[in-house]
Design a protein around this ligand. Sequence first.
Ligand code: ATP
Length: 213
Amino acid sequence: MRPIGIFGGTFDPIHYGHLRTALELQATLDLAVVHFVPCANPPHRAAPMTDGALRLKMVRAAIGEERGFVADDRELVRDGPSYTIDTLASFRAQFATQALCLMVGMDAFLGLPQWHRWRELTTLAHIVVAHRPGWQAPTSGTLGELLRERRTASATELAARPAGLVHIQPVTQLEISSTDLRDSLRSGRDPKFLMPDAVRQIILETEVYAQSL
Ligand code: ATP
């Protein structure tokens, strides 16, 4: 069975950095499907400025007809802080034996030791880290230790086990961030070509980040 990708984020808003990373990981790791999971109440950062329903709507618009991409509302319909460990437990309840790949960017991976019950994450899923070419993986500290114990270079190995490994995968880096997009919208700049036009249309229509451009 092909592995399932789980890509969490605030997606406030979703942009081509997210989408391109998901697409490349899906192709390289032969993921059956990638679930985009907008976070409701992120425990490790400020609350998103946009409500969950609208962020989900933008994720749906971004995905469009893309086969194998799914907008997943499981964190939005859950109360309390959106702990990834709970999200992975919910995926594991749904997919008993299939490999689960938690997909994170390099910045998110470096903050992993601050996540709730982070050491248990690998009991439920693999962790796949998307990074810029040439970036050096940590060799010391807790993450260095995690990589020494669990790192694999093999996509085949990921598919063969339900959880427990860490894989680092270079992807094309697009220097786009939601923070920069929100800032530039507030400054009256158009986000054209940094995100799918369907997402841009929602932003312009709702004036969620800035009033008329
Ligand atoms: P913000 O600027 O509000 O922090 P963001 O653009 O970093 O937002 P998030 O929704 O916080 O987006 O990120 C979700 C996931 O996507 C994280 O794992 C993050 O590392 C990854 N990610 C964000 N931007 C990019 C990008 N340009 N390329 C690859 N991965 C990215």
